[in-house]
Ligand binder design. Structure first.
Ligand code: NAP
Length: 255
């Protein structure tokens, strides 16, 4: 039987990816453009490097500069995004921060900074696009970036663990409400990936060795490792997948 690979194509779709200037978000932007999508990158700094990578493959990319620590920014992001290519079809909530500190020393400011970006604004971005997608009846795809710490406790990152556990819970909660509108809400839980987010961890030889020795694949992941799952969940191939978090972790959770 001939495989219908067009179901994996994102041609003609528009994807909005937060945290698009670097790391996993940049990798997803480039992969989506390569698969035919128009890409809108949201970031608080210029996405010049992402734009250049996408221009090199003749893709379409537009950036929206916005600081996602402020919820009030969301209506502007949605309004601007809808103007660029007409309609956003795919939302990837990727922007996130981590703060390492013993739990007894965590400040309210640091707690709120992590929760606002990783959890609160993920919810309100989902809500903002669903408010457009439910009445227009064209459906949509939401992909939230979770973490191994959606499953595990982690060490010295309590706010991050709380926020990423919430991301996995929210993914299920929103799927339960919105699946009937052809809105697919799913998540990807990256394992330990070599990006800015893990720079401190990778610089700590003891922690880095501990982590590496537990990864069955025997290496840190790369932004490219995440792109297959990101394309799948954004595509028509995933239209009956709802509320699930796919781990892309080199086997970490299998241990
Ligand atoms: P990264 O290189 O640090 O990228 C994080 C992205 O989020 C950057 O684009 C960053 O922009 C953006 N961001 C942070 N605060 C923002 C704000 N206030 N407003 C707008 N954008 C903001 O890390 P990454 O590894 O690619 O992380 C991407 C996602 O994957 C995060 O949600 C992270 O928690 C998750 N994750 C990563 C790993 C890993 O091992 N790397 C594992 C599990 C989950 P700036 O460059 O301006 O800071």
């Amino acid at each position: 039987m001939e495989q219908n690979l067009t179901m994996f194509s994102l041609k003609g779709k528009t994807a909005l990816v937060t945290g698009a200037n670097t790391g996993l978000g940049q990798g997803i932007c480039v992969a989506y453009a390569a698969t035919g999508a128009n890409v809108i990158g949201v970031a608080r700094r210029s996405c010049q490097e992402t734009a250049e990578k996408i221009a090199a493959i003749s893709g379409n990319f537009t950036e929206i500069i916005a600081d996602l620590s402020d919820t009030n920014i969301i209506p502007r992001i949605v309004e601007e995004a809808n103007k660029v290519y007409g309609r956003v079809d795919i939302l990837v909530n990727n922007a996130g921060i981590i703060k390492r500190c013993d739990s007894v020393d965590v400040t309210i400011e640091d707690w709120e900074a992590v929760i606002n970006i990783n959890e609160k604004n993920v919810f309100f971005l989902c809500q903002a696009f669903a408010k457009d997608w439910i009445p227009d009846k064209q459906g949509g795809k939401i992909i939230n970036i979770a973490s191994m710490l959606s499953y595990q406790g982690g060490i010295r990152v309590p706010a991050y663990t709380a926020s990423k556990s919430a991301v996995m819970g929210l993914t299920k909660a929103l799927a339960n409400e919105w699946a009937k509108y052809n809105i697919n809400v799913n998540a990807i839980a990256p394992g330990y990936m070599a990006t800015n987010n893990t720079q401190n961890l990778r610089s700590d030889k003891q922690r880095s060795d501990e982590i590496l020795s537990r990864i069955p694949a025997g290496r840190w992941g790369t932004p490219e490792d995440l792109t297959g799952a990101a394309i799948f969940l954004a595509s028509d191939a995933a239209s009956y997948v709802h509320g699930f978090t796919i781990a892309v972790d080199g086997g970490w959770l299998a241990r």
